[in-house]
Ligand binder design. Structure first.
Ligand code: GLC
Length: 553
C-alpha cells in the first residue's frame, strides 16, 4: 500500500493531561494549570511531542468542563488566562506542542447565548439552539441522550423543548444557523492566533441533526445522534475558514463510525480533520477480546492506510484504565501495562497516552454513589434506582465502566493524597498509590515509565514505526492470546510479538523466517539465552520488538 505523506503530527506521540486530576499547585483540591507547568519536565522526559489539554474554559463544571459558558475565558479552578499563556510558552520552550480540547456541539445552559435563546421565542438567539413544540404534551420524539433518559428538556417559560445530546445542562448549538458557525469559527481562530497547535474536537460527529427528528425504532441505540447528513459540509467549511490557515493538527472524537465513514473525516484529499478517535474498542468492546481487536485493527488499517490517519488508544478520561479493563492489573500489572503500550505504539496510527498510563495506574471501585462525581454515572444510577432497581446492585453494575475510573488523581508519590494535593482532593485518590506512583517508577530502571521512554525514543528514531506497512502473521490471526505482526518500510522489517495471555505460550518460527537473524530492540522480560532459533518461549504478557535482518553478512 502507498505510504502516507510525511508530516510532523504523524510522527508524534500525544500525552493527554486531565488537568483537574494532574497536579494541584494551590491546594484547593483541584489540579490546575500552574500544576501542569510544574510537571512539564516530567512529561517532556517521557519523550512526548504533543500535549492534549482537557477543557479549561469558563464553565459551571457540571460535566468537568465539557459545558462551556465562556469560550474565551479560563475557569478559575484551572487558573487565569495569564497562567494559561505561560503554560503555552513553557510547552513550546520545551519543544512540545499544545492542543486544546474544544466543545462546539453544545455549550453550558449558563452560556449567555443560551440564556438569551431561552428568554423568549422571538429572541434573536432563539435559533442558535434547537427548540421544538411538545408532541402530545411530551417531548418531540422518543430518543435517548448520552446522559439523560430524553435529549429534550422543556423550558417552563415558553413551553418549548430544547435539545441536548448529553445532559440537560449541555444544550446543543444549532449548526444550521450560519451566525452560530461564524461565531464558532471566529472563536477558534482567536485561540489559534494565540499560538496553539491544534484542537481535539469533542463530540464532532454530532454537529448535524436529521431533518424533522423522526422517532427511532430502537431508542436505546443512540447512533441516530451521530453522523447525520450535513456533518461533512460543516467540517469542510470549518477547515476552509479556519483550520487550513494554520500549521496545526486536529483530532476529532467520532463515535459510531466505520472505517469508510471515518475516512470522510480524515481522508487527506477531503480537507476536514487530520486524525480521529473511533470507539469500536473503548465504547463497544467491554472487555478484552483479542480476535475482535485484531479484526478492528485490520479493518481500520485497510480502510485508512495511505489515505488518512488513525489514533491508537485504549482509554481516555471517559473510560476505565486500560490495564484494568483490557490487561491484567493484578499479578502481571507491570508486564501487562508494558505490553499494551508496545501494542499501541507499534500499530499503525498516532499513539495517545492518558496521564498515569505511563506508570500503569489502575481503575478504582468506590463504596458509595456519593464518592462518584461523573455526571453520566450519577444520572444513570438515579434513573435506574428511580425505576425500582436495587441501589447496591446498580452501583456494582455501573462501577466497572464509570468514567471516574480514569479520573482519580495522578499518583506522584507515596505521601498523603499521592502527592497530588495538600488540600482535599475533588475526587478520592486510588488507595493503591503507595504501591503505584511516579516517584517509584522514576527510581526503577525496569519500570513502566522507563519502558515508555524507550518505546517513544524508538519511534523517534525509526520511521518504520510510523510509516511502515502493517501485516499480521497469518498463522496467528485467529489466536486469542498472541498478536504477531510486522511493519516494513524501505527494506526495513520489524517484528512485533505479543502474548496477551496469563499463561506462557510457544511461537514457532514460520519457514519464511528460518535462517534470518532477529535483533531484539525492546522487550518487557529479559532475553532468555537458552531460547532456540526455531521457537520463542513467551512468558505471560510478554512483548518483544525485533528488527529482522533482511541482509545477513
Ligand atoms: C466527550 C468528552 C466527555 C464529555 C462529552 C460531552 O465524549 O470526552 O468527557 O462528557 O463529550 O461533551
Amino acid at each position: 500500500m502507498a505510504p502516507s505523506n510525511p508530516t510532523w503530527w504523524k510522527e508524534s506521540v500525544v500525552y493527554q493531561v486531565y488537568w483537574r486530576s494532574f497536579f494541584d499547585a494551590d491546594g484547593d483540591g483541584y489540579g490546575d494549570l500552574e500544576g501542569v507547568i510544574r510537571k512539564l519536565d516530567y512529561i517532556r522526559e517521557l519523550g512526548v511531542d504533543v500535549i492534549w489539554l482537557n477543557p479549561v474554559y469558563e464553565s459551571p463544571d457540571r460535566d468537568n468542563g465539557y459545558d462551556i459558558s465562556d469560550y474565551e475565558a479560563v475557569m478559575p479552578k484551572a487558573g487565569t488566562m495569564a497562567t494559561w499563556e505561560r503554560l503555552l510558552d513553557e510547552v513550546h520552550r520545551r519543544g512540545m506542542k499544545l492542543i486544546m480540547d474544544l466543545v462546539v456541539n453544545h455549550t453550558s445552559d449558563r452560556h449567555p447565548w443560551f440564556l438569551e435563546s431561552r428568554s423568549s421565542k422571538d429572541n434573536p438567539k432563539r435559533d442558535w439552539y434547537i427548540w421544538k413544540e411538545p408532541r402530545d404534551g411530551g417531548p418531540p420524539n422518543n430518543w435517548r441522550s448520552y446522559f439523560a433518559p430524553s435529549p429534550w428538556t422543556q423550558d417552563e417559560e415558553t413551553g418549548q423543548y430544547y435539545f441536548h445530546s448529553f445532559a440537560s445542562e449541555q444544550p446543543d448549538l444549532n449548526w444550521r444557523n450560519p451566525e452560530v458557525r461564524e461565531e464558532i469559527y471566529r472563536m477558534m481562530s482567536s485561540w489559534l492566533d494565540k499560538g496553539i497547535d491544534g484542537f481535539r474536537l469533542d463530540a464532532i460527529a454530532l454537529l448535524a441533526k436529521p431533518d424533522g427528528f423522526p422517532d427511532a425504532e430502537r431508542p436505546e441505540d443512540i447512533r441516530y445522534l451521530t453522523n447525520n447528513p450535513g456533518l461533512h459540509d460543516y467540517l469542510r467549511e470549518m477547515n476552509e475558514r479556519v483550520l487550513s490557515r494554520y500549521d496545526i493538527v486536529t483530532v476529532g472524537e467520532a463515535a459510531f463510525v466505520t472505517p469508510a465513514e471515518g475516512l470522510k473525516f480524515v481522508g487527506e484529499d477531503r480537507r476536514e480533520l487530520n486524525m480521529l478517535f473511533h470507539f469500536e474498542v473503548c465504547d463497544e468492546m467491554a472487555s478484552w477480546d483479542m480476535r475482535r481487536f485484531k479484526d478492528i485493527q485490520r479493518r481500520w488499517y485497510e480502510g485508512l492506510w495511505g489515505k488518512g490517519t488513525n489514533s491508537q488508544f485504549l482509554n481516555n478520561h471517559d473510560h476505565t484504565r486500560q490495564v484494568t479493563r483490557y490487561g491484567n492489573d493484578g499479578r502481571y500489572r507491570v508486564q501487562s501495562a508494558k505490553l499494551l503500550a508496545t501494542m499501541l505504539h507499534t500499530l499503525p496510527g498516532v499513539p495517545y497516552i492518558y496521564q498515569g498510563e505511563e506508570i500503569g495506574m489502575t481503575g478504582v471501585r468506590f463504596g458509595a454513589i456519593e464518592d462518584y462525581d461523573d455526571i453520566a454515572m450519577r444520572n444513570r444510577y438515579a434513573e435506574e434506582v428511580d425505576k425500582g432497581a436495587d441501589p447496591a446492585e446498580t452501583l456494582a453494575r455501573l462501577a466497572p465502566l464509570s468514567r471516574d475510573n480514569s479520573r482519580t488523581p495522578m499518583q506522584w508519590d507515596g505521601s498523603p493524597n499521592a502527592g497530588f494535593t495538600e488540600g482535599k482532593p475533588w475526587i478520592r485518590v486510588n488507595p493503591n498509590y503507595a504501591d503505584i506512583n511516579a516517584a517509584k517508577d522514576l527510581a526503577d530502571p525496569d519500570s513502566v515509565y522507563r519502558y515508555y521512554q524507550s518505546l517513544i525514543s524508538l519511534r523517534r528514531t525509526h520511521d518504520v514505526m510510523v510509516y511502515g506497512d502493517f501485516a499480521e502473521w497469518p498463522e496467528r490471526r485467529g489466536d486469542e492470546h498472541l498478536y504477531v505482526y510486522e511493519r516494513t518500510l524501505d527494506g526495513r522489517r520489524w517484528l512485533i510479538v505479543l502474548n496477551h495471555g496469563d499463561e506462557p505460550a510457544r511461537l514457532d518460527r514460520p519457514e519464511r523466517l528460518r535462517g534470518l537473524s532477529l535483533r531484539l530492540l525492546l522487550a518487557n522480560y529479559p532475553a532468555d539465552p537458552a531460547e532456540g532459533e526455531d521457537a520463542m518461549q513467551l512468558q505471560p504478557h510478554e512483548a518483544r520488538i525485533y528488527e529482522v535482518e533482511t541482509n545477513r553478512n
